[in-house]
Design a protein. Sequence first.
Length: 361
Amino acid sequence: MRGLSRVPGYVVMQPTTLCNLDCVYCYLPLRRVDRRMPVAVARAVAADANVWAAQGRFSVVWHGGEPLAAGREHLAALMAPFGPAVEHHVQTNATLIDDAWCAFFAERGVRVSVSVDGPEELNGGRITRAGRPAYARIERGIAALRRHGLPFSALCVVGEPRPGVAARLYAYFLALGCDTLGVNIEEREGVNERPNGHDDTAVRAFWAELTAAWRAEPRVHVRELEWSLRYVGAVLDDTADGLLPRTLDPIPTIGHDGAVVLLSPELAGFDDPAYGDFSSGNVLTSPLSALLAQPGTGWVPEFLVGIEACRGTCPYFGFCGGGHAANRYFEHGRFDGTETEHCRNSKINLLEGVLDHVRRT
């Protein structure tokens, strides 16, 4: 059975629960309130992060809420305890980015990832608190990044994965100027209870079309497609067994209050009569390294059982490694289930769509 690594590759930090948008598919339960992370939480995490960064590449991902809603002064204070070897990334909706924020990113070497779902007509799910489209504000923020010559990646949520959409999306992101693109088919998780089941044929065609558009002009790294082709190449070379790490990255998410949730940031802020608040402890009372040294409590063992069930029953296990904890919980109400709609949309049909394109070409 695969266990959890005691040394993560990165941590996710929640500088504030607040978000200035109200996207229709958002999973966050506290996005309307401003609960900010005390600097003491950042200091506690940095005590271990600085040690890990001295041993190899290590990142802090600032993720909200909307991280920039914490303000430059507070975000700077939260970053200050981390040493120069720690990389900083921020996942932002871009609506607050201006020249001052660009100077902030440049000074600290912060890597920016922008959440935008494609051209304006495909971006309707990203709205303000007043229910108005947020696209113009997102576009202004991205224009500021380009004006300052700051590289950025993009994260796109797709609500309708079908033929005709993928090529439009890829053309948009080519023109946008991002260097890396992540494509997430909408997931049912957190407070988002919208159904996420789709016709398998349509989803496969979506991924096949995206692959064709990308291979015709591969100027943007598309993480899902590159991983798929890497896996296919490893299978053909009979080296696929070496692709998945022997242990799972615990991906610790540090909530605004210091609570630590492992494996799935989407579980932070929730609780359940059977599982409690999903946390493994708090960095204000126990070092993060100590919490990672004994992660096998609460719901985590049940999730590991589910991983092994996937290994024994699913022919796609070598590709996805068993899926994500949050998808299992929010779709099944448990962690030891196997296939989810997320598996079908973003793992099985992804790989089959890429293979469909390869077979044709």
